[in-house]
Design a protein around this ligand. Structure first.
Ligand SMILES: Nc1ncnc2c1ncn2[C@@H]1O[C@H](COP(=O)(O)OP(=O)(O)OP(=O)(O)O)[C@@H](O)[C@H]1O
Length: 271
């Protein structure tokens, strides 16, 4: 099926299509049921958002556009009968990240928020799926980024000190940091939103979208996500540090180099 044919289908319709596709899959029944369960949670959330005032906020609309793109890709995967893999990617409470297995030292996928409260049981096949095979089967969803613990980032940024702050965007403050291995990083500490259940959900979706999109889009012209941290209410993203100025400067520099928006789009790996 041509992905272009799905253009214009909204997120809620995609949820229905994914559920239908997953229910039609003959193999991996149990995994498909989990997939349906996870997608329906996203669908319920979208329904709640649909007529709310929050939909007027551009950042939420943008987040939902990105979610729609994720759902579109999930649908494409569902119809290709690989639900086992996308269950992990769509689990609203678990993000796949790469870690090394303590015994074999093999990179392994685990749910990033396994320490966080989760009412959803994460598919055990996904939990222990070796990163290598995962990459081979689903390279565009894999993340080479790592889950940091909060103390590593406190250490890297001198306790998020004022001196280390290099900027501030819509979603949080950005700090320059240096990891133990010497790598210079930009650490974005997301603002805490007022504690309304919906807003927290949306913030988490936004956060997870950022992780998925940046790890999926590996390209020399796209900033690399080095890792992330979830600790209590803390949501932190760790990017490679751009020594040549801000991201905006970098983007405008790119266009000065005759890399037009459409040219860039052409060079982004096509999933
Ligand atoms: N990877 C990075 N390396 C160096 N500086 C960075 C990096 N990322 C962000 N910054 C600095 O932090 C500032 C805030 O960045 P951030 O991505 O949070 O927001 P923004 O893209 O400027 O705005 P918005 O969030 O509203 O889109 C940037 O303007 C830049 O100066």
């Amino acid at each position: 099926m041509d992905i272009a044919k799905l253009t214009g289908v909204d997120a809620l319709k995609l949820v229905v299509m994914i559920v239908q596709a997953a229910q039609a899959v003959r193999h991996n029944k149990k995994t498909c049921q989990q997939l349906v369960h996870h997608v329906q949670i996203i669908g319920d959330l979208l329904k709640k958002l649909q007529n709310s005032e929050m939909m007027q906020q551009p950042e939420i609309r943008n987040g939902l556009n990105e979610l729609e793109e994720i759902l579109r890709q999930a649908y494409m995967l569902a119809v290709k009968e690989v639900p086992r893999l996308i269950t992990g990617c769509l689990n609203p409470s678990a993000t796949i990240c790469s870690h090394r297995d303590a015994r074999s030292n093999e990179p392994t996928c685990i749910p990033a928020s396994s320490a966080e409260s989760s009412s959803i049981e994460v598919c055990s096949e996904v939990k222990r799926y070796p990163l290598k095979s995962y990459c081979e089967d689903l390279s565009h969803f894999i993340t080479e980024s790592y889950k940091f613990n909060l103390f590593q980032l406190i250490d890297a940024t001198n306790n998020f000190s004022h001196e280390n702050q290099i900027g501030q965007g819509t979603f949080g403050c950005v700090y320059k940091g240096r990891l133990h291995n010497g790598l210079e990083v930009a650490v974005k500490r997301c603002f805490e939103l007022p504690s309304s259940p919906n807003q927290i959900d949306v913030q988490d979706l936004e956060f997870q979208n950022e992780i998925r999109f940046l790890t999926k889009l590996q390209h020399t012209n796209i900033i690399k996500l080095v890792g992330y941290c979830i600790h209590g209410k803390e949501r932190i993203l760790v990017y490679e540090y751009m020594s040549n100025g801000s991201f905006d400067t970098f983007i405008s520099g790119m266009f000065k180099d005759n890399k037009t928006a459409s040219g860039l789009a052409c060079t982004v790996p096509d999933n």
